[in-house]
Design a protein around this ligand. Structure first.
Ligand code: AR6
Length: 332
């Protein structure tokens, strides 16, 4: 994380893309693009939409009307994006996108992610380099801020785009603090994790795979100690899992290889389809093997036996398999 001196309150350098969080008004942003949280009609509304048309002047609305008369006769569908002039705003273009209304019955997070992805795609087409986003759907459309922040920051960080400067403009302190907390919790990007793994010496990786290959079924047995004895009264030791020396050796090499990542694993594991069994890890970035390993190893401190779950569910083997594939075929 890098704190930028200028107008930015908080910024993270994440991969190639610089992500900046600011508290303020989107209409004041002097980025190439400002994104409007519009509605399908493209003809204006309240919140961000109202502010953009008010400060940008009638030129923006005139172009929106043309879009309705041509390409978007039925309106702009949710999750899509389209550009117009920025009128009198300090930006060069406004990209209008329509967020989904939040629903408790239906998961619309794909549409929310699409707003950001499509906006970046349109911005790329325009040749823009910097984009300012509001927290789409978190106002009139009622999306809970923390959930939105997680979806949005994850999407933008991993977007395939030439935009290298993204600003999130958060209207109030609470929204700003929520985005800041979620951004920190996301930890390093896939690229950053991979760079750390790639910098570890080959001997250490070879050692990991040799130890993993040598693991026997007996090494993967877990025994439990502690807990109340039959008939015992009073305080007794909490039950705890005892892992074999051979497995302990594998785990400590993983730690030494910096496979353990500083991030909010408890939030991540609730949202990822990779947890608990590692299904899909073969197709995921190697960084996810590190995140999954971190989750099991860190969680063991809080609830005994999570590493046993990783053994039994196949997650431990999936992690080792993904790391080996990366080491043999992808490591630069
Ligand atoms: N700058 C930055 N953020 C703002 C600003 C501003 N000037 N004004 C509000 N916010 P909303 P939505 C925050 O309602 O939920 C419109 O009527 C606000 O606190 O603008 O996607 C459209 O026409 C909130 O966190 O957008 C649609 O009908 C966030 O921006 C509908 O609202 C988004 O609030 C879209 O609803």
């Amino acid at each position: 994380m890098l704190i930028l001196p200028e107008n930015a309150d908080h910024a993270g350098i994440l991969g190639r893309m610089k992500i900046t969080l600011v508290r303020g008004d989107i209409t004041q942003q002097a980025t190439d693009v400002v994104v409007n949280a519009a509605n399908s009609s493209l003809l204006g509304g309240g919140g961000v939409d109202g502010a953009i048309h008010r400060h940008g002047g009638p030129e923006i609305l005139a172009e929106c009307r043309q879009l309705r008369a041509s390409r978007y006769g039925k309106g702009l569908p949710t999750g899509q994006a389209v550009a117009t002039t920025a009128g009198k705003l300090p930006a060069r273009w406004v990209i209008h996108t329509v967020g989904p209304v939040h629903s408790v019955k239906e998961d619309r997070s794909g549409l929310l992610a699409s707003c950001y992805r499509e906006s970046l795609r349109v911005a790329d087409e325009l040749g823009a380099r910097s984009v300012a986003f509001p927290a789409i759907s978190t106002g009139v459309y009622r999306w809970p801020m923390e959930d939105a922040a997680r979806i949005v920051l994850g999407t933008v960080r991993s977007a395939d785009t030439r935009i290298d400067d993204v600003t999130f403009v958060l209207f109030d302190v609470e929204a700003y603090q929520t985005f800041e907390r979620v951004l920190r919790g996301l930890g390093p990007t896939d690229e950053e994790i991979e760079a750390v793994l790639a910098a570890r010496p080959s001997e250490h990786w070879e050692k990991l795979f040799a130890l993993a290959d040598a693991l026997t079924d007996a090494d993967l047995e877990v025994t439990w100690e502690g807990g109340p004895e039959p008939g015992e009264e009073g305080v007794s030791e909490m039950p705890h899992a005892i892992y074999s020396d051979a497995l302990d050796a594998v785990l400590s090499v993983l730690v030494g290889l910096q496979v353990i990542v500083p991030f909010d694993w408890s939030a991540w594991h609730r949202a990822t389809p990779l947890f608990p069994d590692g299904n899909g890890l073969d197709q995921a970035p190697v960084a996810d093997a590190a995140r999954l390993a971190t989750t099991f190893i860190r969680a063991e401190r809080f609830s005994e036996g999570t590493i046993q779950e990783a053994i039994q569910s196949g997650a431990l083997h999936a992690i080792l398999r993904r790391l080996r594939h990366w080491y043999q075929n992808e490591r630069q």
